[in-house]
Design a binder for this molecule. Structure first.
Ligand code: ZN
Ligand code: ZN
Length: 553
């Protein structure tokens, strides 16, 4: 009965794109050891006002921290490392990462004033880490960032391949090609399960190569006579290098604009990349150069409010501006959900008489995730006994299951965050339990739960406005004129009238309570609140967030 089990449990990233966090466990009831693979974030939309970052609730693994052997990171995209400095303080375990990823997570801890040096264990490319019953081989893949790793996780009961994010790029420009040899070698043994990227399952063919984007960008940029402003994901260092390459070919300088562009550039250089390119110009110096001699490489490819691109287009960037005849290139994907803000930015560019080039008009971007032909390669190399799609919404994972069946994979399992999957023993992986899972919101500096009062209140405030009433009672319990103030309630000509009617309402309500009796205070507050909200609702259609105070003189 006390047989060793191999368990997989995603806490984030299965049933959603973003916030990846996966657990693996090995052992038996009396001795079970855990590892975490990735601790990522996703980004909040307007439905959660004031919140920027969302990450998986780590409670389940915090409870097991004494049996936690470490956090293993596949690559440095925010959806895989973004939560590390928020989650780690409750775990205090070692962190395993390749050099480029390690540099970027060190910065995150530095921002939180945590000295993480002794806890980060740097793994060399294609290196191996032994953690208790787990022997983890890092396998170099190709993606849209430096040093993307698949993890071949070997245990005494069998092997799992956790792909992380990847595609097959025959010419990734920086870093090695995908380690096909190693993947084929892994496939020669029995792979109990492949936990695999589902992002691009709906796309036929191949994701494409960074080298092809470089050729296309060179053709496009060589025809431009004036200023070129290009935006892409800062973390795509190959794309960054392509911009320097093109600039050199067409006799221009590159200037990096935006904090994360400079941050990634520095991190890449620190790890020995980008050695053979000319130094970028500071945007302040770039101003002195004729506009046909410069390419600005900026952050803000998703139209982020504080991104360099938006600030340039809105004419509020201190050092960079665009004018008629210039060209703006979005060398990036329009991430679903961002269409509205991006198209509004695109419209502003066109209105300025600036040429706009995007993935919709020209070949200026390739995805970092596997299309179906890429997936076929991986399946043929690894020959897994079962497939568990992750890194996708339910619709992606469902389609990935169908694809796995077409590929004759014997077993495929659709899961979601919190599912506890027994991979071994048994004929095939099976969901055996549900772990508590959910999301944490980073609200300012404070991590709060999904149902947090602060967010509920702010959502209500932002939609309905705010009403505050203070009832002032003198020492004989008589009500003075109440103090009424409100924000965010539409009023036009009603303004004063509403106040008068509310005062009448409050006096009438108070008359039905004995104002001397403190025990009735709670009921009084509740009744005044309800009646005043109803009055505002009748007059304006809004039901404001309402606060009633009682002050006794
Ligand atoms: Zn990812
Ligand atoms: Zn990624």
């Amino acid at each position: 009965m006390n047989k060793n089990e191999l368990i997989f449990c995603p806490l984030g990233g299965s049933g959603e794109i973003g916030g990846n966090m996966n657990l693996y466990a090995y052992g038996n009831e009396s001795n079970q050891k855990w590892i975490i693979v990735d601790t990522g974030v996703s980004f909040a939309d307007d439905s959660i006002p004031g919140v920027d970052l969302i990450y998986p609730d780590p409670g389940y693994i915090i409870d097991k921290k004494d049996d936690l052997l470490g956090i293993v990171l596949t690559h440095a995209h925010e959806d895989h490392i973004g939560a590390i400095s928020h989650i780690w303080p409750d775990l205090k375990c070692n962190i395993y990462a390749t050099p480029f990823t390690a540099v970027l997570i060190k910065e995150k801890f530095k921002e939180k004033k945590i000295d993480i040096t002794s806890k980060i264990k740097i793994v060399k490319l294609n290196g191996t880490v032994k953690l208790g019953p787990f022997e983890i081989e890092f396998v170099n893949l190709t993606h849209s960032i430096l040093e993307p790793n698949g993890l071949c996780i070997k245990t005494p009961s069998g092997t799992i391949l956790h792909t992380g994010d990847w595609k097959v790029d025959p010419n990734p420009l920086i870093g090695d090609k995908i380690n096909e040899k190693k993947l084929r070698e892994i496939g020669k043994g029995k792979v109990l399960a492949m936990i695999c990227d589902s992002t691009n399952i709906f796309y036929p063919g191949r994701a494409g190569s960074e080298a092809d984007v470089r050729d296309s960008l060179l053709k496009i940029m060589s025809l431009k006579a004036k200023r070129i402003v290009l935006t892409s994901f800062a973390s795509n260092v190959a794309r960054m290098e392509s911009v320097f390459y093109c600039a050199d070919k067409i006799g221009r300088h590159v200037s990096l604009v935006g904090r994360s562009m400079n941050r990634i550039f520095k991190a890449a250089r620190q790890c020995g990349y980008l050695k053979n390119i000319k130094d970028p110009l500071d945007p302040r110096d770039a101003k002195k150069i004729p506009r046909e001699k410069i390419i600005y490489l900026c952050t803000g490819s998703q139209g982020e409010p504080m991104g360099a691109m938006k600030r340039i287009i809105k004419d509020i960037h201190p050092d960079v501006y665009i004018e008629k005849g210039d060209t703006v290139i979005f060398s990036s994907k329009i991430i679903p959900g961002n269409e509205k803000k991006l198209y509004s930015l695109h419209n502003d560019i066109v209105k300025k008489g600036v040429e706009l080039i995007t993935e919709e008009t020209d070949f200026v971007h390739v995805s970092g995730h596997p299309n179906r032909e890429d997936l076929k390669d991986m399946y043929n190399w690894v020959k897994p006994d079962s497939i568990i799609p992750v890194h996708g919404e339910h619709r992606h994972m469902n389609e990935h299951i169908k694809f796995a069946k077409e590929m004759q994979v014997p077993h495929a399992l659709r899961i979601e965050d919190g599912d506890v999957v027994k991979i071994f023993p048994g004929e095939h992986p099976k969901i055996i339990d549900k772990a508590p899972s959910g999301r944490m919101y980073l609200d300012g500096n404070v991590a709060v739960g999904e149902n947090s009062q602060s967010i509920k209140e702010r959502r209500s405030l932002s939609l309905n406005g705010y009403l505050e009433i203070t009832l002032i009672l003198n020492n004989s319990g008589k009500l003075n004129k109440p103090v009424i103030s409100y924000r965010g309630i539409p009023e036009n000509s009603l303004g004063e009238k509403i106040i008068f009617e509310m005062e009448d309402e409050i006096f009438n309500t108070c008359r039905t309570f004995s104002m001397k009796n403190k025990n009735q205070e709670k009921n009084l507050i509740e009744t005044v609140k309800q009646n005043c909200r109803k009055l505002i609702k009748d007059k304006t259609g809004k039901k404001p967030f309402t606060n009633i105070n009682i002050a006794r003189l």
